[in-house]
Design a binder for this molecule. Structure first.
Ligand SMILES: [Zn+2]
Length: 689
């Protein structure tokens, strides 16, 4: 899984609940025929489990949250069963036997794990998306399955859904068939076993482009209808990533097909379901958005999980870094090939700073532990692997990883299992490495720093950063150098951020150099940091509105509008037809600024407020809604309708957006902005809970 940077991951650490069962019963296959009703937010199914009884036992357990069961048959005979809202079980005297069959029917209205997104706009035809998130949420909320990741079985799904939509799930699509007038059955096939948390379904109005990797693996790249122009920038480098990971791991991609599906209002940045990554549609970008928040890192991270996590799964939560550390590190290795070595070292440098800071506060965490935070599992994990590769050399590192993946394929592994393979491949005793990097809570700052200094870029970067406290008279030459052609992205940025500490009038010559560098990141740093624009820089600052970056454009529009009131209509005109990211970051800002511009006619303003209000509606992406709510608040322009939309948002399934909405609602209540009727409605809604 890949988290957005602002999200702290706390879930899924309660695995291992029925480790005892796996010794007695081994589930090998699940044929699941499920019917999803997006309107009723319900799912029902007819499923057949195949399993072996390895030794005599008195119970057979399956995880099943809040499900109703009927027609339960064990080997074709009606069977007595029990259920407690969390588990389903059979009790009896079961002797060792192969290929037992349990067939049952169930229904559920999942409160989590399967999400029903109503995208229907007022007066428009029904438009729904359904998608699942198994990790941390338990697939057993919509499909009887196993919360314990060590129980791996082959899942073959068949899904019944309204015909006009597209259904995507793990495995190859075998066939589709019409069921009655309005429904279709999509039938998928998998060849290999996996953990239940990796089962996935996505359904909606999707189209796809199919590409192939060097080794012929079909790559199905999904996109919402009407977003064709975002396919190339969003999925740029996808074939390379697949080829790179096959080569670096030395292990062929373990599954038959790879699909990627962008969905609305996703919980995280992305989730590596087996052969079917689901990710946030915020990462669907056009070629300008690609500069700012491209999908490459998440694409690489989720794909790496297909080996690290999906093929070989951490045996228990304390070994979770074997999934996230490896995926973070391998994604970084792939990005190094695409974006260069400076990018690689700069990222390591940044995460080392964060890890060191945490460690210095006494909050460092050991990598091998049950309750580490995401910074530890992801970034400290990547750091440990970077150090390990330096320590034993790339050749032994690759050989060890290959052996590890092959030895534990379609099974689980521990940190000790990995270390044994790395020691065998390198002939090097790794006990010191294990102690310092895997078991110690403190971050090994000195060793990390020594490693970073091997990069000539980092040496220059450190030299520049060290000049930060110096007076401008003593560092003018150094900054000038950093802003001279060819400008390094990160050195240019750092130089501009240091300029921001000075009186702009005294460094206009350096700003002019930065503007004319043509380096998009250096210019972006100006848009972010230079808020009081001196008259001498006005002309050049205005050119930022044309940069190939929505972040730059957004910041530049705001700063220019604030600094030069006389030119507001001119600036607004320039970005009149720009949406920005899928979050409409520029459009919502543009509307807010237009509403606050005296020269804009009352007639136009009426349209603009209507448009801004419409972006708060429940069918909009939550990121769009968040922007619109924020600007309505700043404009002091909430209406009854938008307040009701905010109340609805305060119950959204996305934690971050829900908290944002609750907070804003509280602010409105506290400042007495709700009418008596709105207060009343709010109270009723609170009482419902
Ligand atoms: Zn991950």
């Amino acid at each position: 899984m890949k988290l957005p940077v602002f999200f702290s991951f706390l879930g899924f650490l309660t695995a291992g609940m029925h480790a005892q069962q796996s010794a007695a019963v081994d589930f090998t296959h699940l044929q699941a025929n499920v019917k999803i009703d997006p309107f009723k937010k319900a799912v029902s199914g007819d499923v057949v489990f195949t399993f072996d009884i390895l030794k005599a036992t008195d119970s057979i357990l399956i995880d099943a949250q809040k499900m109703h069961f009927s027609e339960v048959f064990l080997n074709d005979a009606p069977a007595e069963f029990g259920t407690d809202g969390k588990k389903f079980w059979l009790t009896g005297n079961f002797s060792p036997a192969k290929d037992q069959q349990l067939r049952l029917k169930y229904s559920a209205a999942p409160s989590q794990t399967m999400y029903f997104i109503n995208k229907t706009a007022l007066g428009k035809a029904p438009d729904y998306q359904v998608w699942t998130q198994g990790q941390g949420r338990y697939t057993s909320h919509w499909l009887p399955s196993f919360d314990e990741p060590g129980e791996k079985l082959e899942f073959d799904l068949s899904v019944i859904y309204p015909s006009e939509e597209t259904v995507i799930a793990n495995g190859e699509l075998q066939k589709t068939e019409k069921i009655g007038d309005s429904l279709t059955r999509w039938q998928f096939d998998m060849e290999q076993p996996m953990s239940s948390y990796l089962v996935a379904i996505a359904a909606g109005d999707f189209e796809k482009e199919i590409r192939f990797s060097k080794n012929g693996i079909p790559l199905e790249l999904y996109f919402p209808a009407g977003m064709e122009h975002k396919v190339e920038p969003t999925y740029r480098h996808t074939e390379f990533l697949m080829d790179f990971f096959e080569e670096k791991t030395g292990v062929a991609y373990p599954w038959e097909i790879y699909k990627q599906i962008p969905v609305q209002d996703f919980l995280y940045a992305g989730m590596e379901n087996t052969g079917a990554t689901i990710y946030s549609d915020l990462f669907l970008v056009d070629s300008t958005g690609y500069q700012d928040q491209n999908y490459v890192n998440i694409n690489a991270h989720e794909l790496a999980h297909q080996w690290f996590g999906n093929l070989v799964t951490a045996a228990s939560p304390e070994h979770h870094w074997l999934q996230e550390g490896f995926s973070t590190y391998y994604a970084l290795l792939a990005e190094k090939e695409i974006f260069g070595e400076d990018y690689y070292y700069r990222k390591l440098f940044k995460t080392a700073e964060e890890l060191k800071q945490l460690s210095d506060q006494g909050k460092g965490m050991a990598l091998v532990s049950k309750n580490a935070n995401s910074l530890t599992y992801y970034q400290k994990g990547a750091w440990a692997l970077h150090i390990l590769q330096e320590l034993i050399g790339a050749e032994a590192f690759d050989a060890g990883v290959k052996n590890y993946l092959e030895k534990y394929e379609f099974a689980t592994a521990t940190t000790e299992d990995l270390l044994a393979e790395m020691e065998a491949a390198s002939g090097i005793d790794l006990s010191t490495f294990e102690k310092n990097w895997l078991r110690q809570s403190a971050f090994q700052g000195t060793e990390a720093f020594e490693s970073l200094k091997r990069s000539p870029f980092i040496q220059k970067y450190l030299e520049l950063a060290a000049a930060k406290p110096l007076p401008i008279s003593e560092k003018r030459e150094l900054l000038k150098q950093a802003l001279s052609f060819p400008v390094n992205d990160y050195l240019g940025q750092e130089a501009v951020l240091q300029l921001a500490l000075e009186d702009p009038a005294t460094v206009t010559d350096l700003y002019k150099k930065a503007f004319s560098s043509g380096n998009i990141f250096t210019r972006q740093a100006i848009a972010f940091s230079l808020q009081q624009i001196p008259q001498q820089l006005k002309g050049q600052y205005e050119t930022l509105l044309k940069d190939e970056s929505y972040l730059t454009q957004e910041s530049a529009l705001y700063n220019l509008w604030m600094n030069f009131p006389g030119d507001r209509p001119k600036y607004l005109k320039q970005l009149e037809n720009v949406d920005g990211f899928n979050s409409k970051n520029i459009r919502t800002l543009w509307l807010a600024l237009s509403l606050a511009t005296p020269e804009v006619s009352a007639e136009s303003k009426k349209n603009y407020i209507t448009e801004l209000e419409a972006y708060t509606a429940p069918h909009q992406k939550f990121q769009v809604r968040e922007n619109a709510f924020g600007y309505l608040y700043q404009l002091n322009a909430f209406s009854s309708e938008t307040i009701y939309n905010l109340m609805e948002a305060a119950r959204h399934h996305n934690y971050r957006f829900r908290e944002f909405s609750k907070q804003l609602l509280k602010t409105l209540v506290d400042s007495g902005q709700l009418t008596a009727e709105e207060q009343d409605t709010l109270q009723k809604r609170l009482d419902e809970k």
